[in-house]
Design a protein around this ligand. Structure first.
Ligand code: ZN
Length: 87
C-alpha cells in the first residue's frame, strides 16, 4: 500500500526535528527496531511484565506459543513484511 511507504519516508525525514510526536503512534515499528534474538528488523512487539520485547517475524512466531499466555500486549506488524519484500 502506498500509505505505508509514505509514512516511513515521513518518519525518516522527521527524525531529529521533534516535529513528530511518537506518542501519537506508539506501535509503529521502524527499521531501527531490532529482533532481540537475532538482530533482524523487528516486526513484532510484545509487552511482558512491563518490559518490551522485539522480535522479527520468525522469532515472533517461534516464541508466540510460550509468550502469548503471559503477554500483556502483542503487536504484530509482520504483514508489512510482505509489502516490504515486494518492492
Ligand atoms: Zn529474530
Amino acid at each position: 500500500m502506498q500509505l505505508t511507504l509514505e509514512e516511513e519516508n515521513m518518519s525518516q525525514i522527521a527524525t531529529g526535528n521533534g516535529a513528530v510526536d511518537n506518542q501519537g503512534a506508539p506501535h509503529q515499528l521502524t527499521a531501527a527496531d531490532r529482533c532481540d534474538a537475532c538482530g533482524a528488523q523487528a516486526y513484532i512487539r510484545v509487552v511482558v511484565k512491563n518490559s518490551e520485547l522485539l522480535f522479527c517475524a520468525h522469532h515472533g512466531r517461534k516464541h508466540q506459543e510460550k509468550l502469548a499466555s503471559i503477554a500483556e500486549s502483542w503487536h504484530d506488524e509482520s504483514s508489512r513484511l510482505l509489502e516490504d519484500q515486494r518492492s
